[in-house]
Design a protein around this ligand. Structure first.
Ligand code: APR
Length: 233
């Protein structure tokens, strides 16, 4: 087996579930109570911007009341102590990886705590509401939207992600259902490039059969156990 030096970790909503942030497709998940077509597409934003802005205002406010859990802090420890390359690619738009202490993090679906001005294309740290259409801090246009990647839009950082997958010896997927591409295809990419692949999830995901190994259980338990094992060498 190839020596493990370079690691890519993909995370999804399941890693933040125990911090009290809803997942999307689980029981009581966000997409059970809101239609994607109404709140998470550019078409929805064009049709009813207030509905979309209020939806994200509610979520932006909620995540600021949540705390990282043991899975986030375990990955932060790995990030700090791992001597090789390591990249945490998250589909999550919350900031719990960073508040847990992780540094080598990429948000491929954007971030709640950022606003994007569609007039001057600038991005700004943002913790308050957007539904009252505040002016852009740079150009003063009232064209701010959540800096979140909606369905039908291209995810961020794809070049860096594919570069890291090409270099990876180990690909680990945590707390994701494998329902959304391109993230759901990373396990196949990594495997075809010779990497070892491991899934850590509460239940089997749509892509479980593609992994060399799956460990099932709550992230706050399986992630710290895996990190301890890896760092113990
Ligand atoms: N620990 C580990 N895994 C968990 C936990 C937990 N405590 N709770 C739930 N899970 C798992 C579920 O079993 C499920 O497989 O997390 C996964 C969550 O799946 P989704 O709700 O589909 O979320 P995610 O995979 O992140 O969605 C991908 O879809 O809606 C879009 O852009 C959004 O980034 C999101 C993307």
């Amino acid at each position: 087996m190839r020596e493990i030096r370079n690691i890519v970790i993909l995370t999804g909503a399941g890693i933040s579930a125990e911090s009290g942030i809803d997942t999307f497709r689980g029981a009581g998940g966000l997409w059970e109570n809101h239609r994607v077509e109404d709140v998470a597409t550019p078409e929805a934003f064009a049709r009813d911007p207030q509905l979309v802005l209020r939806f994200y205002d509610m979520r932006r406010e909620a995540i600021q009341t949540k705390e990282p859990n043991a899975a986030h802090t375990a990955l932060a420890r790995l990030d700090a102590e791992w001597p090789g390359e390591l990249l945490i690619v998250t589909q999550n738009v919350d900031d719990l990886h960073e508040r847990g202490g992780a540094r080598r993090v990429l948000h491929m679906h954007g971030e709640h705590l950022k606003a994007w001005c569609t007039w001057c294309d600038s991005r700004h740290a943002w913790s308050g509401p957007l539904a009252d259409c505040p002016p852009c801090p740079k150009c003063e246009a009232r064209s701010l939207r959540p800096d979140v990647v909606w369905f039908g839009e291209v995810p961020y950082h794809m070049d860096r992600i594919y570069r890291a997958l090409r270099e990876a010896d180990l690909f680990v997927s945590i707390g994701t259902s494998g329902a959304v591409y391109p993230a759901a295809g990373f396990v196949q990419n990594a495997r075809e490039l010779g990497a070892r692949t491991l899934e850590l999830n509460l239940e089997p995901s749509q892509g479980s059969r593609l992994f060399h190994e799956s460990r099932l259980g709550p992230a706050s338990e399986v992630v710290p156990a895996w990190v301890d094992e890896l760092l113990a060498g």
